[in-house]
Unconditional design. Sequence first.
Length: 118
Amino acid sequence: MYLSPNGCLAWSLPVKTQVGPRFQIVHGFGLVINVDAQLGADVVVRQGVTIGNKGDGGPSPVIGDGVSIGSGACVIGALTIGAQARIGSNAVVLHDVPKGASVVGNPGRVLAARSAEV
């Protein structure tokens, strides 16, 4: 969907994309989510995020429940982001991310996973 400039938004989220309940878009300008991506419940994405395949029509990411994706992040290819993971702003994620982990940087590197009590 693309809204007019006076709507202050320009984003692409195809109707056929599998999106779980309570999905949140925070400041959605520049958001692109591939039709084949799968997003779990309680996922939060911010402006400038790209979730998709590598441009070859191949598989797209599977995003677990409760994942938070920071502004400008790119999550690309056949990978899984575990539940409760956090993707930092401008991170480029090309590999699986464990449950509860945080990813930062380009290329994305996994920081220690948070404990279950957090």
